[in-house]
Design a protein around this ligand. Structure first.
Ligand SMILES: Nc1ncnc2c1ncn2[C@@H]1O[C@H](COP(=O)(O)OP(=O)(O)O)[C@@H](O)[C@H]1O
Ligand SMILES: [Mg+2]
Length: 317
């Protein structure tokens, strides 16, 4: 294991100030933010564009709606509760089953039980804005709990891995797979303790993993090798993420997808200010890739053509 951040500085790494000043300011007009900062709206837009998303079971829009929670989940064995305006995995509860003895107690990804009253209290906090980006009141989403593809079984601990793709001016430029760990409690966000693995854009295959700035070749909980996994439906993932550009209008975009074992790739959410640690996971910087897109940019290219470009232009270093 070794620290990769210092090494990377030499390799065209994009810094926070450059990201904010050169990319987000010029490519992401503020008026478009609501499209990605509210997961209910993102879902509607994605569906309208013909993209697959996890089914929405219900929305708790205010404190009064919480009374309807038990009815929404009455027939469900698994589901996910999340703040519509959350980020970084905060406030997300992944319910994977029910207690065998008490039907109104739910099992979380970690295996711990949570009662209906506790979930209602959590919903009240979400609606009150405890997890919202703006600090304002929020809505809670109750949605389908993704059943992840078996390819990831050995490298996930009690949660669903996701694929994050950075899309620049409509072109996918870099990707990582985030693998949940014991610490991340059913979520694949890096700051919750998940492992990030870079991806060879050409083959759709995982590279080494990185966790908190250190290279890891094995999953910390399962011991399975992280490198060399073939991501299923890679073409679809690239093309759907490229389509995120048409859907949002954002020129610098992070698209989060999950791969359901039955439904295939689903869009989870999109981000207007995607983090930069994807460069650490890939042990390579973004700058050269952005420049290449600037040189080759074709305003006529459709999402499939832009996905095909990514496949040939960005093999692993
Ligand atoms: N419907 C779902 N089914 C299973 N896991 C989910 C679901 N939604 C979110 N998760 C887990 O939580 C993580 C964060 O979810 P996401 O919707 O991207 O919210 P955030 O904005 O907080 O990152 C995902 O990467 C995944 O691991
Ligand atoms: Mg996310």
């Amino acid at each position: 294991m070794f620290g990769v951040a210092r090494e990377l500085r030499k390799r065209g790494v994009l810094g926070l100030n450059e990201r904010n000043a050169e990319l987000i300011m010029s490519l992401n007009p503020r008026r478009l933010y609501p499209r990605v900062d509210d997961k209910v709206l993102t879902k509607e837009l994605a569906l309208a564009a013909g993209m697959a998303v996890p089914d929405l079971y219900g929305v708790i829009a205010n404190q009064g709606d919480i009374r309807g929670f038990a009815e929404i989940v009455e027939t469900l064995e698994s589901f996910v509760v999340k703040p519509a305006q959350g980020s970084g995995g905060d406030g997300i509860v992944v319910i994977t089953g029910r207690s065998k003895r008490k039907r109104d107690a739910f099992r979380m990804a970690s295996g711990l039980l949570v009662s209906t009253e506790e979930l209602e209290y959590h919903l009240s906090n979400i609606v009150g804005g405890q997890y919202s980006l703006s600090g304002n009141r929020d809505k809670a989403i109750i949605e389908y709990c993704v059943q992840f593809d078996p390819v990831f079984a050995d490298v996930s601990y009690q949660g669903v891995p996701d694929v994050r793709v950075i899309v620049y001016r409509g072109y996918p430029v870099m990707a990582m797979v985030r693998l949940p760990t014991r610490a991340s409690d059913g979520k694949a966000n890096l700051h919750q303790g998940a492992v990030g693995a870079g991806v060879d854009m050409c083959e759709g295959r995982t590279l080494e993993g990185v966790r908190e700035n250190l290279v890891v070749d094995e999953h910390p909980d399962t011991g399975a090798l992280i490198e060399g996994l073939s991501i299923p439906a890679w073409d679809t993932i690239l093309e759907s993420s490229a389509r995120g550009y048409e859907v949002t209008g954002l020129g610098y975009l992070g698209v989060d997808m999950v791969i359901d074992r039955v439904r295939g790739p689903l869009i989870l959410e999109m981000n207007a200010r995607p983090g930069l640690s994807i460069q650490i996971a890939n042990q390579t910087g973004l700058k050269d890739r952005l420049r290449l897109v600037d040189r080759e940019f074709d305003a006529e290219a459709d999402p499939a053509a832009r996905a095909a470009f990514a496949r040939q232009a960005f093999p692993a270093a």
